[in-house]
Design a protein around this ligand. Structure first.
Ligand SMILES: Nc1ncnc2c1ncn2[C@@H]1O[C@H](COP(=O)(O)OP(=O)(O)O)[C@@H](O)[C@H]1O
Ligand SMILES: [Mg+2]
Length: 416
């Protein structure tokens, strides 16, 4: 057995100069077991990264963007294989670690006792008998345990590096540290009024194009001409680019080309200009926040009775009668306590509460029954707002002043 001289008792002299060489020699005593245990724990600690990667691959497969060869079945196979590999890693690491730990502790105890027995009796143990026993039994245990912290530390570093690496994939590093002012005291300062927000006379979209990075999908060369108080319905098959068109028009994609003109003047930055209170936009899949229904409708607007009006217009008032607490009921985390149709109508109410002169709606009624939907559209069209609506419902198409038909990212017809 290799001898490691551990100075204990009266001759104790620790500190970085002696601890590191000591630990290095302890590890080097059985490098094979140590490496094996380290690898096992690295695999164990890296595991939380794997479900994220598998999840990403799953969505890539569902959206048809996965690399060739990656299917639901290969993903299921991968998940099972990774699970088994993790079991093997845990068992292997535990066995290797226990082996290394027992050997290291045994080695320290062996060396201590050897030294004690090799010295003349009176000098061998400096302290009391109790201290000596505790040195041999507990200190050796603590030192050997410390070897295990090295595994965790190393694995932790690998995990952090791997996690940050994944996070940065396809992300602009700047978006990870996007600073926004946070108002801890006092109210939020008044938002600057939208510049040049004179009433709409004509909204033009000219040659708008956007391609999702790394794909050939998106929209190409889309132009629209929208007059005040009209209803423009954008329709077309799933994936034809309706949502992309709305978002590109509102300036929500970096790298989109084309122009937006408001009353004959070019809008420099649609993302700054086409915002509330001028424009209200309802997403295809609206998102609610944890909080009350009222908070979700108002989103910071003054509570002056407009929430009640807005839910009536959004055809949510009947449901409210059945929800204990009504407008002050909690919607749960991101609105989980509400049905899909209710979430859509909360989003509609949110839009009505803003009384925006331009309302942009993406498939607002997809989760509603026919009667509720009819009432909701009645509410929408009873306002004097200009509406740009994605829909394929006949009831909406009938009311349209113009219908824009999209296919594969292009407008193939505009009928008035
Ligand atoms: N974030 C994205 N990344 C890559 N491709 C996308 C993304 N979002 C949509 N697409 C693709 O762009 C095309 C248009 O999508 P979308 O505008 O959502 O269609 P629609 O709203 O008409 O159903 C589709 O082929 C879709 O797969
Ligand atoms: Mg869509």
């Amino acid at each position: 057995m290799t001898e490691i001289h551990s100075e204990t008792g009266a001759e104790t002299n620790t500190g970085p100069q002696r601890t590191m060489p000591f630990l290095t020699r302890l590890v080097a005593h059985n490098p094979g077991l140590c490496t094996f245990a380290t690898l096992g724990w690295v695999v164990f600690h890296l595991w939380p990264l794997v479900p994220g990667l598998l999840g990403k691959a799953l969505f890539d497969v569902i959206e048809g963007r996965a690399p060739a060869g990656l299917t639901i079945w290969t993903l299921i196979g991968l998940t099972v294989a990774v699970g088994l590999a993790r079991c093997v890693a845990i068992i292997g690491a535990t066995v290797a670690w226990a082996g290394w730990y027992q050997r290291a502790r045994g080695l320290i105890q062996y060396n201590l006792l050897r030294r004690v027995f090799s010295r003349p009796g009176a000098q061998a143990v400096p302290g009391t008998m109790g201290e000596s026993i505790s040195t041999v039994r507990d200190d050796s245990d603590g030192i050997a345990q410390m070897g295990g912290w090295g595994f965790d530390l190393f694995s932790g570093v690998v995990f952090v590096v791997g996690g940050v690496g994944i996070l940065l994939q396809g992300t602009q590093p700047m978006t990870l540290v996007h600073h926004r002012p946070l108002y801890v005291r006092g109210g939020e300062p008044e938002r600057e009024a939208v510049p040049n927000a004179e009433p709409l006379q004509r909204l033009e979209v000219r040659s708008l194009s956007y391609t999702f990075p790394g794909t050939d999908r998106g929209i190409q060369d889309v132009s629209l001409d929208i007059r005040p108080g009209t209803i423009t319905v954008i329709t077309g098959e799933v994936g034809s680019g309706k949502t992309t068109l709305l978002r590109a028009m509102l300036g929500l994609y970096e790298g989109a080309t084309g122009e937006i003109w408001w009353n004959g003047e070019r809008v420099d930055d649609p993302a700054e200009f086409l915002v509330p209170p001028l424009v209200a936009y309802t997403l295809q899949t609206p998102r609610l926040l944890s909080g009350t229904l009222r908070e979700n409708v108002l989103l910071g607007l003054p509570d002056d009775g407009r929430a009640e009006r807005a839910v009536r217009q959004g055809v949510l008032d009947v449901d409210l009668g059945q929800i204990p607490g009504g407008l002050d009921a909690q919607v749960g985390v991101r609105g989980v306590r509400l049905s899909g149709g209710q979430v859509q109508r909360v989003a509609a109410a949110r839009m009505f509460a803003r009384s925006a002169p331009l309302m942009v709606m993406d498939d607002l009624s997809s989760a509603l029954d026919v009667e509720t939907e009819r009432e909701l559209w009645r509410g929408v069209f009873s306002t004097s707002a200009t509406c740009i609506v994605v829909s394929h419902r006949p009831a909406v198409l009938e009311r349209a002043d113009q219908v824009v038909l999209m296919q594969q990212g292009r407008v193939i017809s505009t009928s008035t």
